[in-house]
Design a protein around this ligand. Structure first.
Ligand code: PEP
Ligand code: MG
Length: 319
């Protein structure tokens, strides 16, 4: 069977009736990219830049980051989506003291840290820009809740571009900028965000947690943590529609994108890019290639009418 799947490597992720989607990889190292290429990835949908910060003894310098991003860009072919630093929550740094917080997941994390530690952020953005001269690099901001945050992040990016211009250092002037949709606020403002970014990637791990007010790491309530909850599914539908209405692509890089049980539904909702760990790519490609988009659309429509998880499962044919 695994041999069968590996034969898919060179084939596109296309349905029987011709709808093509991208199957991308979530990666946490250069090694992961190499493995994902072996598995037939279409690009990197989520480059978790935090590994450069966490496996380290200091904030990585511009040069240190640049060299890694450059190698990643050269390897990744049509797409390398670098997510800017996403620490805080449950992720700490050995060389930086975080104040203790009552609710770390509602606290100082991700873009909030970057916008507070501006020099650190600009170092990362500059390194990413420099690497963009070597491949198709995209920048993605995590945990955005407001237009102010997005605009501030984009402003800092513009500053970095100007500084490179002044030094005549090259970068991709058309570099695409996107955000993760992983907070309820970003779902509700998604139409507005769509006018100011080039792409969305839905982070269902956090979106499920914040939408349902269920801690993603608390075993006691793990039964409540379910991305098949109608509120999550309708949010996903809303985001995809808003993206498409504004001609921008919508991907997903949370675990839900690799859930085979959800594949038909997400396909039918019109998701453009599924990003997942390289191990899951062959199986998902097989799934996509054996489905019809038209049929998946009908299923998705039916699923989104349902008001309980059980009914959602019934429509999707599992329990
Ligand atoms: C997500 O929240 O879905 C996501 C992909 O990011 P992380 O799991 O790193 O928070
Ligand atoms: Mg997240």
């Amino acid at each position: 069977r695994s041999e069968q799947l590996s034969q898919l490597k060179e084939l596109p992720a296309i349905t029987k009736d011709g709808r093509k989607v991208s199957l991308c990889a979530n990666v946490g190292s250069i090694q992961d990219i190499k493995k994902a290429i072996e598995c037939g990835m279409d690009g990197v949908g989520l480059f978790r830049s935090e590994f450069l910060y966490m496996d380290n003894t200091h904030f990585p310098t511009e040069e240190e980051q640049y060299l890694v991003y450059k190698e990643a860009a050269q390897l990744s072919g049509p797409e390398l989506t670098i997510r800017t630093l996403d620490i805080g929550g449950d992720k700490a740094l050995s060389y930086y003291e975080f104040e203790k917080e009552e609710n770390p997941f509602l606290g100082w994390r991700a873009i909030r840290i970057s916008l507070d530690l501006k020099d650190m952020f600009k170092t990362q953005l500059t390194a990413i820009l420099r690497a963009s001269a070597y491949g198709k690099v995209r920048i993605m901001f995590p945990m955005i809740i407001s237009m102010e945050e997005l605009r501030m992040a984009k402003e800092l990016l513009e500053e970095c571009k100007k500084e490179l211009d002044n030094k005549s250092i090259s970068y991709d002037k058309e570099i695409k900028v996107g955000i993760m949709i992983e907070t309820p606020a970003s779902v509700l403002l998604v139409e507005d965000f769509a006018k100011e970014v080039d792409f969305f990637s839905i982070g269902t791990n956090d979106l499920t947690q914040y939408l349902l007010a269920v801690d993603r790491g608390n075993n006691k309530i793990s039964k409540l943590y379910n991305s098949f909850h109608p509120a999550v599914l309708r949010s996903i539908r809303h985001v995809i529609r808003a993206g498409h209405k504004n001609n921008i692509t919508v991907g997903m890089c949370g675990e839900f994108a690799s859930d085979i049980r959800a594949a038909k539904l997400l396909l039918g909702l019109g998701l453009d890019e599924f990003s997942m760990s390289y191990r899951e790519i062959p199986e998902m490609k097989n799934m996509i290639r054996n489905n019809s988009y038209e049929e998946a659309q009908a299923v998705a429509e039916k699923v989104c009418e349902k008001i309980t998880i059980r009914e959602v499962y019934e429509v999707l044919g599992f329990s």
